[in-house]
Design a protein around this ligand. Structure first.
Ligand SMILES: CC(C)(COP(=O)(O)OP(=O)(O)OC[C@H]1O[C@@H](n2cnc3c(N)ncnc32)[C@H](O)[C@@H]1OP(=O)(O)O)[C@@H](O)C(=O)NCCC(=O)NCCS
Length: 211
């Protein structure tokens, strides 16, 4: 049988976890691309063989690609750029994740080990559902959202584009979180959050900028 080859864009720590999940999830061969190539030639046990342009030129050699860049907006922009050139963006789901067949997960999103995506949750494109996080029923996550390790979203939580929910935080059911919001590590979100804010603490409140 033909080997399934995956291209990962972004040779970072996050990229290594995506590679590991992809191999466990049925991909046979992983090759990395990064705009720091040719200075950067390896990541973990994998080779970096080109930059984004090289990937576009070699697209037919791959069965799929995924963008593994931690920054939410940069990841999304790179994904849009690749989609326009006709590269097949794929979703990577670690086999130990529990994903409801009644949920929808967008192209280029990754769901890591131990994560749970419950019934009727909808996850946009280019999202990161990180290790051990949980997304409960009817949640709606826009494109480019990152739910960090061990973060928990109650049912019907809505999250705007490119928002980042920090490690170990919790979001109460029915909460609305705007675009580009950052929820700090360990926060407990019990009120809606306007776009662009960073919130911290229990209960979560807007972080004051130091003058
Ligand atoms: C909220 C956050 C974005 C703020 O980052 P920052 O602007 O660089 O803030 P600083 O580290 O300079 O900290 C500023 C102050 O806020 C406090 N603070 C920072 N993050 C906090 C948090 N999550 N909860 C409570 N207080 C926090 C710091 O202790 C510091 O307090 P001080 O002024 O009294 O010393 C960041 O700390 C955070 O929590 N990021 C999420 C990390 C994460 O989830 N990583 C997972 C990767 S997969």
């Amino acid at each position: 049988m033909k080997k399934k080859r995956l291209a990962i864009v972004g040779a970072s720590g996050h990229g290594k976890v995506v590679a590991d999940a992809a191999l466990k999830g049925g991909w046979d061969e992983i090759l990395f691309f990064d705009d720091a190539w040719p200075e950067l030639t390896e990541v973990g046990v994998w080779q970096v063989i080109g930059n984004t342009r090289q990937l576009q030129e070699q697209a037919v050699c791959f069965d799929g690609a995924v963008v593994a860049i931690g920054n939410n907006m940069i990841r999304l922009d790179k994904q849009y750029e690749l989609e326009q050139t006709g590269i097949q963006l794929v979703t990577i789901i670690h086999p130990s994740a529990t994903v409801s067949p009644y949920s929808v997960i967008g192209k280029g999103s990754v769901v890591f080990a131990g994560a749970v995506v419950n019934a009727f949750a909808t996850i946009g494109i280019g999202c990161i559902i990180n290790t051990g996080s949980t997304i409960d029923h009817d949640c709606l996550l826009a494109d480019g959202v990152h739910v960090s390790p061990g973060a928990h979203l109650g049912g019907n939580v809505h999250i705007g584009k490119a928002a980042w929910v920090g490690i170990g935080s919790s979001v109460k059911q029915f909460i609305q979180i705007g675009e580009n919001v950052v929820v700090g590590a360990g926060a407990a979100v019990v009120n809606d959050i306007e776009s662009g804010l960073t919130v911290i603490g229990v209960p979560a409140r807007a972080m004051m900028k130091r003058l």
